[in-house]
Ligand binder design. Structure first.
Ligand SMILES: [Zn+2]
Ligand SMILES: [Zn+2]
Ligand SMILES: [Zn+2]
Length: 361
């Protein structure tokens, strides 16, 4: 329980720091508001600057927490690792390599008349009793197509809940999604290594991995290469079985040829560079909105043609999310660029991928 106490102390420390910081910001904002001598636009810029600093502070706090949690071996739920397969991972995410296993079931409605997520939740609650089933419910959230996603502590409890729901409701279909193996990125490997010789090299030069691979349930699969900014180097993304994943992200290094390369977890969401939506590209006629949106201000133009002020960012995905919401209390903040790693819509997509990934454990 030592970790909990140190976390509490840390929390208290950061909270007091935050309060002091916020007081300062408030003081500055008030004096700016009272002074009539400063031009309004300058005032606005300063106020925006202060609010940015405050936001930054909150972000740093999160990063700090995750780093501490990983160090103290309390498994933390990994957040952002990357925004798209074509963007490089931010460095601070090294601390987020360990992921907590997510176990979920997906519920789809088969009836013509679909209930909204709240009604659906209510309907299930009326006939399913997790207490008598001795299962824990960690999260219930709506998913696309008027479905629900329910998270339980482990796979067995997911199976129990799934069977009960399928037995109780003829109009619902519950399933435990098949999980994919996790992905890792190995950065700055030698450029002339080909995909097939790469996997053989990893196997031969890394004894621990070699041993795990003798068990036929384990595997390493090549996915794709990514350009590196370093000359004569490239990055590679691999899909690996949970046991291999564990070794790679724990050691954070792997021997390949003459180099000892860095490894980290890789989670990416496909993002359309036209409409900025997720899980499709501009070539996908059906899913794409077929309109060019700006990743800075959400206007209908390319980001490099953007005329809006740097401090007036709007995220098109979060705007669209809010428009679709039935419950206004769940509205998200839209005042960031669409490529911001902390965008709530991006976070949601990354969480969804995490919940479909088999980390073992
Ligand atoms: Zn699109
Ligand atoms: Zn713009
Ligand atoms: Zn957003």
């Amino acid at each position: 329980m030592e970790n909990v106490n140190s976390d509490e102390n840390l929390n208290a420390m950061l909270e007091s720091l935050k309060i002091q910081f916020e007081d300062k910001v408030k003081l500055m904002t008030n004096s700016l508001n009272q002074s009539g001598n400063i031009k309004r636009d300058i005032k606005e810029v300063i106020i925006q600057g202060l609010s940015d600093v405050k936001q930054l502070f909150d972000q740093q706090k999160k990063v700090f927490y995750n780093a501490i949690k990983t160090q103290s071996n309390v498994k933390s739920y990994a957040t952002v690792t990357s925004q798209s397969a074509h963007q490089h991972l931010p460095h601070h995410n090294n601390a987020h390599n360990k992921a907590k296993q997510k176990n979920v079931i997906v519920i789809k409605q088969m009836a013509e008349q679909k209930l909204n997520p709240e009604q659906l939740k209510k309907k299930i609650k009326q006939r399913i009793n997790p207490i008598s089933m001795k299962i824990g419910i960690q999260d219930v959230r709506p998913i696309s197509g008027d479905g629900l996603l329910i998270e339980c502590p482990n796979q067995k409890e997911c199976e129990t809940l799934k069977d009960h729901i399928n037995k109780e409701f003829k109009t619902l279909s519950a399933s435990v999604p098949i999980k994919k193996f996790p992905r890792v990125i190995i950065t700055d490997i030698e450029e002339d290594i080909e995909s097939d010789s790469l996997i053989r090299t990893i196997e031969e030069q890394n004894p621990k991995i070699n041993e795990i691979l003798r068990n036929k349930n384990n595997s390493i699969t090549y996915k794709f290469f990514i350009k590196s900014r370093t000359a004569n180097r490239k990055h590679v993304v691999l899909e690996v079985s949970p046991a291999i994943y564990e070794v790679l992200v724990n050691e954070q290094k792997v021997n390949i040829g003459w180099l000892r390369c860095n490894v980290r977890k890789f989670v990416s969401v496909t993002r359309c560079f036209k409409c900025l939506g997720f899980n499709h590209t501009a070539k996908n006629e059906e899913r794409c909105l077929k309109r060019q949106f700006c990743s800075l201000c959400s206007g209908e133009h390319k980001h490099n043609e953007c005329q809006s002020q740097a401090n007036h960012k709007t995220c098109i995905n979060c705007v669209k999310f809010n428009e679709r919401l039935r419950n206004p209390r769940l509205k998200v903040n839209t005042n960031h660029g669409a490529l911001d790693p902390n965008c709530p819509c991006l976070q949601y997509q990354l969480n969804l991928i995490e919940s479909k990934t088999d980390y073992g454990g």
